[in-house]
Design a protein around this ligand. Structure first.
Ligand code: SF4
Ligand code: SF4
Length: 461
């Protein structure tokens, strides 16, 4: 592998990025002037439109067994009953009970209508204290999809203009610029040029037709350049017909994270249209957990018809290639024990479990599984945009501690991740806790184990 970014450069970029992320709150525009009545009306509109027969059944189904509490990092890390997953749906249930349920004609006289203060209090529960990780869904005997219902809560709060400041800033900035953290086209191209110089081959940008459209993210452009560089080097090595595009490079979707439906749709639609236009069969989303559902499940929805491509994550795409024998990796000279973190949206949400394990097996690293893994893996604590919410620090650290305690028990020499948000949350958690375990990108690991001889042949071709 060609070193596209040194450890010192990464550390320096991380410190700069960490400072930039911490100052997001200061960049937020004027508070949104909306009356309390308008906020309540907007939130209720979203709840009432979103609660269909399926969701209504779920809202009626809870048997109060408490199993979901034992699955949630934020309840376990704080033991505060207000963070019990099902409690996060109480406000929405009240709207349903009063206005939609079979007994609404009685309940509307018994239950209080929701207020703007209720909505303000709800903000902490569904943004700071829920990463929509879906672990609680796995244990609920009534089959309630709490994470999806929390997503509807985020949409309701977004309609009421009651998102956390950091996510509102990110959503508004991305709605305007299409990208995040100021990673505009100039910076994107500057990074491409830098990678090109270091890798020693031409990186295709803006090809009019290509089999594969590779996305990146503002996080990778600023910080985790080894992840993007690793994906590019491996695609080049495999001789894949791929392209990056200046009109479709940002995979992050802060519309989805903030719960702002118009921005979510607009961003997904933009990428989907470019992918269709260039005839892509595969869209590779970067090491960015939420960009996977935004494209894998959201692409067809955004354009209103089925799409002729499959969205895959970096770990899934290269992992499948390894499993099918299309990508051979060199055995590592170093005997290393590693732990692997399954990102919630890609693992539990997308079923990508065996692919990253196949990559680690191919290079001969010994994987020590954490106690929770695969579909039952604990979240890193910072998913769904939570890693940016400053006031959620205590909650994020509680989530981090639970997962890191499991990782430490494996006695791994490093932690392998394939999601930039997880990586960021682990890195920040390490700084705050004084932990030192190295955290590595799976895409960078793949590139570091490309067979040298074949690589030279690939380059010559
Ligand atoms: S989705 Fe995850 S973070 Fe949210 S309530 Fe369920 S277990 Fe907790
Ligand atoms: S696990 Fe399901 S049924 Fe049990 S308390 Fe939680 S939401 Fe209700």
């Amino acid at each position: 592998m060609t070193e596209v970014v040194t450890k010192e450069e990464l550390d320096e970029a991380f410190a700069m990025f960490y400072g930039m992320a911490a100052s997001i709150k200061d960049l937020v525009s004027e508070p949104v002037e909306v009356s309390d009545e308008e906020r309540v009306a907007a939130a209720k509109r979203v709840f009432l439109k979103g609660i269909d027969a399926n969701l209504a059944t779920q809202l009626e189904a809870c048997v109060h067994c408490g199993a979901c509490a034992q699955a949630c990092q934020f309840y376990l890390g704080t033991e505060d009953p207000k963070y019990t997953p099902i409690h996060k749906l109480d406000l929405m249930k009240r709207v349903y009970d009063r206005e939609m349920s079979p007994l609404s004609w009685i309940k509307k006289h018994v239950l209080k209508d929701i207020t703007a203060d209720d909505l303000r209090a709800q903000q902490e529960l569904v943004y700071d204290a829920c990463t929509m990780c879906g672990r609680c869904n796995m244990v609920c005997p009534a089959g309630i999809n709490i994470a999806d219902l929390v997503a509807l809560n985020r949409s309701a709060l977004s309609a009421a203009r009651l998102m956390p400041d950091e996510l509102r800033y990110m959503q508004e900035a991305q709605a305007e610029d299409g990208t995040i953290f100021g990673a505009d086209e100039d910076l994107f191209m500057f990074r491409v040029q830098d990678l090109q110089d270091k890798l020693g081959f031409e990186i295709p940008v803006d090809k009019p037709k290509a089999e594969v459209l590779l996305l990146t993210s503002g996080l990778d452009i600023h910080l985790f350049r080894d992840a993007t560089g690793g994906a590019i080097e491996t695609l080049h090595h495999m001789g894949i017909d791929y392209t990056l595009r200046t009109d479709a490079y940002e995979g992050a979707n802060f519309g989805l994270l903030a719960g702002h439906e118009p921005t979510k749709k607009m961003l997904t639609e933009k990428l989907t249209k470019v992918a269709i236009e260039i005839g892509a069969k595969i869209v590779i989303v970067p090491e960015c957990g939420h960009s996977f559902p935004a494209m894998r499940w959201g692409a067809a929805e955004s354009v209103g018809h089925s799409v002729p491509f499959t969205a895959m994550t970096v770990s899934e795409y290269f992992g499948k290639a390894v499993m099918e024998g299309r990508l051979k990796l060199e055995k590592s000279k170093e005997k290393r024990v590693v732990a692997l973190h399954d990102p919630c949206k890609v693992g539990r949400g997308g079923g990508v479990f065996e692919e990253p394990r196949a990559i680690l097996e191919a290079i001969g690293w010994e994987l020590h599984e954490t106690e929770s893994n695969r579909a039952y893996n604990f979240c890193c604590g910072g998913g769904a945009g939570n890693f940016l919410i400053e006031r959620a620090d205590k909650l994020k650290r509680a989530g981090y501690r639970i997962k890191m305690a499991e990782i430490e028990k494996t006695e791994a020499q490093s932690l392998v991740v394939s999601c930039g948000s997880c990586r960021m949350n682990f890195e920040v958690g390490k700084v705050k806790a004084g932990d030192t375990l190295p955290v590595e990108s799976l895409a960078a690991i793949i590139a570091a184990h490309l067979p040298k001889k074949e690589k030279a042949e690939g380059e010559a071709a």
